[in-house]
Design a protein. Structure first.
Length: 430
């Protein structure tokens, strides 16, 4: 029976038709979502309005028409470039997200092959992400997730598969713009180069060159971010590297009201936002001070909140439903159907995460059994998962934050299921 499964898996791995069918499901399901009208609300509305203003040449302004650095500007910048070609259009946003998703799918396939050395596992990883409901649902939304995930995957691919120093320059430029979309991206670079350093022998002899490579990537990323920081100093009078919501996020997750790990409507945050005597940058700085002071005064409570923040980050999934609940006319008529899909998605997500954790155990045991070095590029998915985990402990957890990790979860899960089906020995080190 095992040999029959292995033969079937071989055919799946070698068949162009099988790969085309996966791509047909990947693209077709996402195209179908574009048929569901959904108006941008909350974060999506903010980003869309900023993009429209940028495309019209008005600059990055808040709702009152004043220069701002509230929320990272990378996504509105990307949309504004699109809108200069198409004009403001939700369909254009959806098609742009679709293109980003397709590139992400290609990178899932390439990274899956590279990290785990299995064509069947890489294809199964792509299939797992192709039918993942929450990822499908994000395509029509004017939110950062589809675009940012593509940037994260691309930056990782350029480092892992590099053929020359120019690839590291490209990775730095990609990570720099990704940092303008989500500021915490910069944490990924040390993770990548820590794996690069420890994956081969003679670690201390190799340390200087690995540090040099990492600094090259960081320097290129900084060059991308620098013009935005200069703009913020010129227009707002402060050296703001990315955005002025970091302090707000710190306070939301660290105050007397954050008993559940998250308090956007907490008294301290609400009172601060109501102050009209402070500029936005000053409010953010005050929020940072208040959040930091609360942590210093309540270290035990800060530690006690960590499990709740992590639960908010990793236990729920399917939050894309919120956007449809708020902005899709069809939700009123088909609310129960949306909820059924949400429940099915949660079950699917649980299966993915259980597979993700199991893959770590299986690969670790397999490598130790055959005497292979434990640290290698295969650890990247868990390294990528670590960075939002660390960020969530400091600020707050939210299921949207784990969205960029899910392609890596699917890669590892795809390898595990391919291995279980074929019962093959772990491939040699990549």
């Amino acid at each position: 029976m095992s040999s029959a499964r292995a033969a079937a898996l071989d055919r799946f791995a070698a068949s162009p038709r099988a790969l085309w069918m996966i791509w047909a499901a990947f693209v077709g399901l996402r195209l179908a979502m574009l048929l569901i009208p959904v108006a941008p609300t909350s974060d999506a509305e903010w980003y869309l309005l900023r993009a429209i203003g940028l495309a019209a040449g008005h600059g990055y302004l808040d709702n009152a028409g004043q220069p701002t650095a509230f929320w990272p500007a990378g996504w509105p910048m990307a949309l504004s470039a699109l809108f200069r070609l198409t004009g403001p259009s939700l369909l254009a946003v959806g098609l742009f997200n679709l293109a980003s998703a397709i590139v992400s799918g290609l990178l899932i396939l390439l990274l899956g092959r590279r990290l785990f050395g299995s064509e069947a596992g890489a294809r199964l990883g792509l299939l797992l992400f192709a039918v993942y409901p929450n990822a499908i649902a994000y395509v029509p939304l004017a939110l950062t997730e589809s675009f940012y995930t593509m940037l994260l995957l691309l930056g990782c691919w350029l480092v892992v598969a590099r053929r020359s120093a120019l690839w590291l320059v490209g990775a730095g430029l990609v990570f720099g713009f990704a940092s303008l979309v989500k500021a915490q991206t910069i944490v990924v670079i040390p993770v990548l180069f820590a794996i690069e350093w420890l994956r081969a022998a003679h670690v201390w002899r190799r340390l200087p060159i690995v540090v040099g490579r990492g600094l090259l990537v960081l320097a290129c990323a900084a060059l991308v971010v620098l013009p935005w920081a200069v703009r913020n100093h010129a227009q707002l009078g402060s050296w703001i590297a990315v955005s002025t919501n970091g302090g707000f996020n710190l306070l939301i997750g660290n105050s007397d009201d954050a008993t559940g790990g998250y308090a956007e409507d907490g008294r301290a945050f609400t009172a601060l936002m109501a102050r009209t005597d402070l500029t936005e940058a000053a409010r953010d700085a005050e929020a940072k001070r208040l959040g930091s002071a609360w942590i210093a005064a309540n270290p035990a409570r800060f530690i006690a909140l960590a499990p709740r923040k992590l639960a908010l980050l990793w236990l729920p999934d399917g939050e894309a439903e919120w956007a449809y609940q708020a902005g899709a006319p069809s939700y009123a008529a088909y609310g129960p159907l949306y909820r059924v899909v949400r429940i099915a998605n949660q079950a699917y997500y649980a299966l993915l995460m259980l597979s993700f954790m199991a893959a770590l155990v299986v690969i670790t045991r397999r490598r130790r059994a055959v005497g292979e070095r434990w640290i290698d590029w295969w650890l990247l998915p868990w390294g990528v998962a670590a960075y939002p985990t660390l960020v969530a402990v400091i600020i707050f957890g939210q299921s949207r934050f784990h969205y960029p990790v899910m392609p890596f979860v699917c890669m590892a899960s795809g390898w595990l299921w391919a291995d279980l089906l074929a019962r093959r020995r772990l491939p040699a080190r990549g």
